[in-house]
Write a protein that binds this ligand. Structure first.
Ligand code: 4NP
Length: 175
């Protein structure tokens, strides 16, 4: 199983949105038995809480539901996950330092990266904007950015880990 963790600051806006989009794309591509995903925050402010209402609303505009509950990035996460995708440079620095302090090594680039490294439409700053103090329009923009990036990340994972989509379940009524 290839394990992917999305990380942002609070784990209520961007990373639960990324996790939910990614999960849906993985399902659509018949890869659910080979790729799993979760999300976590650098800070523990919203541990145990549901995602931000605006994240839930924008996901629901795309018929995506989530039952994610806020959690803080743990030391165990650093070794459990094959890939840790962060939203912005501050997240990157925080996870990089956390990794270094706890594992006495620097995280390989294929393990820790900015999710927008995979965005085919990136212009300039490779960050997913923090939408917390913004309006719903920004949450919608974050959704589009994350969907583009997650699709490309799946392409990369399929190639890197040599995955092939599952055969569709046999139709019991066919010959
Ligand atoms: P997130 O956004 O990192 O995308 O979940 C934020 C959520 C909460 C806060 C900041 C950013 N906060 O200050 O509580």
């Amino acid at each position: 199983m290839v394990k992917v963790l999305f990380v942002c600051l609070g784990n209520i806006c961007r990373s639960p949105m990324a996790e939910s989009i990614f999960k849906q794309l993985v399902q659509e591509r018949q890869l659910s038995s080979q790729i799993s995903t979760d999300s976590a925050g650098i800070q523990g402010w919203h541990v145990g809480k549901s995602p931000d209402r605006r994240t839930l609303e924008v996901l629901s505009e795309h018929n995506i539901e989530t039952s994610h509950v806020g959690q803080k990035l743990s030391v165990a996460d650093l070794t459990t996950y094959n890939h840790i995708a962060v939203m912005d440079e501050a997240n990157f620095e925080a996870v990089y330092n956390f990794y270094y302090e706890n594992l006495n090594a620097t995280p390989p680039a294929r393990k820790l990266f900015l999710i927008r490294d995979f965005d085919p439409e990136v212009e300039g700053v490779q960050e997913v904007q923090d939408p917390y103090y913004e309006d719903k329009k920004v949450f919608r923009k974050v959704f589009d950015t994350l969907r583009r990036s997650c699709n490309a990340l799946i392409d990369y994972i399929v190639e890197e880990h040599n995955l092939t989509p599952e055969e569709p379940a046999e139709d019991e009524y066919s010959d």
